[in-house]
Design a protein around this ligand. Sequence first.
Ligand code: BGC
Length: 740
Amino acid sequence: MKRPILTIAIVATTFFSQAQKKTIDQRVDSVLKLMTLEEKAGQMNQYNGPWAATGPLTNDDKLIDQIKEGKVGSMLNTTGAVRTRDLQQLALQSRLKIPLLFGQDVVHGYRTIFPIPLAEAASWNLEAMERSARIAAIEASAAGVHWTFAPMVDISRDPRWGRVMEGAGEDPFLGSLIAKARVKGFLGKGFGNTDAVMACAKHFAAYGAAIGGRDYNSVDMSLRQLWETYLPPFKAAAEAGAATFMNSFNDLNGIPATGNGYLQREILKGKWNFKGFVVSDWGSVGEMINHGFVKDNKEAAMSAANAGSDMDMESRAYIQNLPQLVKEGKVKLTVVDDAVRRILKKKFEMGLFDDPFKYSSEEREKQQWNNADHLKAERDMAKKSIVLLKNDRQTLPISKQTKTIALIGPFIKAKSDNLGFWSYDWPDDSARIVSVWDGVKSKVGTDTKMLYAKGCNINDTSTAGFAEAIEMAKQADVIVMNVGEARDMSGEAKSKSSIRLPGVQEDLIKAMQATGKPVVVMINAGRPLIFNWVADNVPAILYTWWLGTEAGNAIADVLFGDYNPSAKLPMTFPLTEGQIPIYYNYYNTGRPATSDSDRFYRSAYIDLSLYPKYAFGHGLSYTSFSYSDITLSNSTIKSTEKLIAKMTLTNAGNFDGEETVQLYIRDLFGSVVRPVKELKGFQKVFLKKGESKEVMFTLTVDDLRFYNDKLQYIYEPGDFKLFIGGSSDKTKEADFKLVK
Ligand code: BGC
């Protein structure tokens, strides 16, 4: 028995060493030819490592034996140079010595934790987001990670859904640009470099539209809406070089995404000609039984493989059933071969056949462990992500000469709660995470007295700490509060029906406001929250999300004016949960409301305002910007011509600052109705105080395209409006016409 195995191993090794001369496709084929059906199923099988879990575990495998038998193609939640090296050694004991791929949710940083993706999206700063992804890739790849399950590019219009924290918000245009920037960042200089990791655009598709914002729930939507709103960031990610896609837990119009041939075969691998591979979500192949779509794991394997899911994460459906399904003719060998080819191709492109250990370098891992440049970049990204929601009477910035500052609230001294949901608990972490207390302390001089009271816990009913907080507040010149959600209150399986400030935190704010001292409230959260009393009564509010390792330093930069906030909301903030879903790019309806007093012409509620609390694109600066009227190069353009829109932006306030100038269009009459506004461009413009600058946008017919009722991506001649402003609800406008 031993001899043939040895012979095949030698043949395989020879194949690999001669391989340089061959193209990757030829090399893939030469390996494929040697593989048994069982080994092919093995490549399509992904297991969780025994160290951490991000889903319900099945602990019934003899993992080591299976790796040695070539029954595992990839592992997740397995990081660290030593662990990945050890497991790779086992894979190299298999008959064909095909290396393992190590995947991990490196969603907003690995060792250096960056702001959660929704916070980064608020920066509207594509370069900074690309750099953040780059750093995540450098750190993760040094720890043996080949592949990140990011970016998450799900559009969502529902802040009740806990996973909005992982995405880029509600807008397909902004979401597409961010998807691209992140994929580019993960890839760096490209495959073959030891610091490039494969990206994974997830969750394909429409997961963010779960009914009622309840995680894992069904999605029911028109295909036109799917194409118009939910697919664009996926397309952008594929075009930017995402090596893989992950399908999703939800069913889409009755077909689970994992078994959905329309999504995976027709759109992704067909129309978009995607050459990478698709991994299932955790257990989503097997979960099709619960959906009521298939009766057992075998049928699940058949459905998922035939629909184009190439790798099975944690269902064990492929490894246990695919060989038999092929023998029975229920899954064609060509389907299996295509999936295995796609997977092997990535392993070749990553250089793993040439050096299976190239990513697992303890030395590199050590160098990246506490990298000062990375922390600096994190601080920069974090301050760019902070949104100034309100600043009456110029309460902010606070003077560094302030005599006494009372720092109040359950997050002032928090450490790991600054990290957010998809972050890792490293053993020595808390010393590195900068709390607000530490950040402020390193900013002010010794003449400034800092007082502290926690006031209350994040999520209980006790007001016992209020008295101490009031005592501190009374002695202070300014009260700085940090309230919000703990890091596990938004994220996967964290949907909420009430998105108010948890516990008695709002009451604590009321008690502080009652002291008559100026109050600044900073809100940590993974989603838009509702805090109307605070918004209406407290003079200054900063939305501080979950900002990562350097949170406290970034916050101090903003509090004391060393950085002038420039972020803008990537999601609409509702007035109450009853308004959800609420988003800026809605259709006008036949009875559009123009004001809250409109009784008949209102597609709104009688007991609620039409308007959200904060609009998409809202975000203030310590300075103020004024917008001139818009001038257009022409009021009529042909489809072959460009339209140039110009306006002058002036920094009319007392601080230097950066504005995010936003351009929207509205197609007034279409063969299908069009949104009242659609973002089509934006620019970040830095101006010194008193300075003015002309800002110019160029539009072509491609910016005016949309999906018609036949799902064709067309433009139609007709009348348009163009809007430019600092928020979706505060714009100047101009009209133009598109002719043939
Ligand atoms: C999540 C994915 C994640 C996977 C692996 C699933 O529960 O939906 O986003 O990549 O687990 O951790």
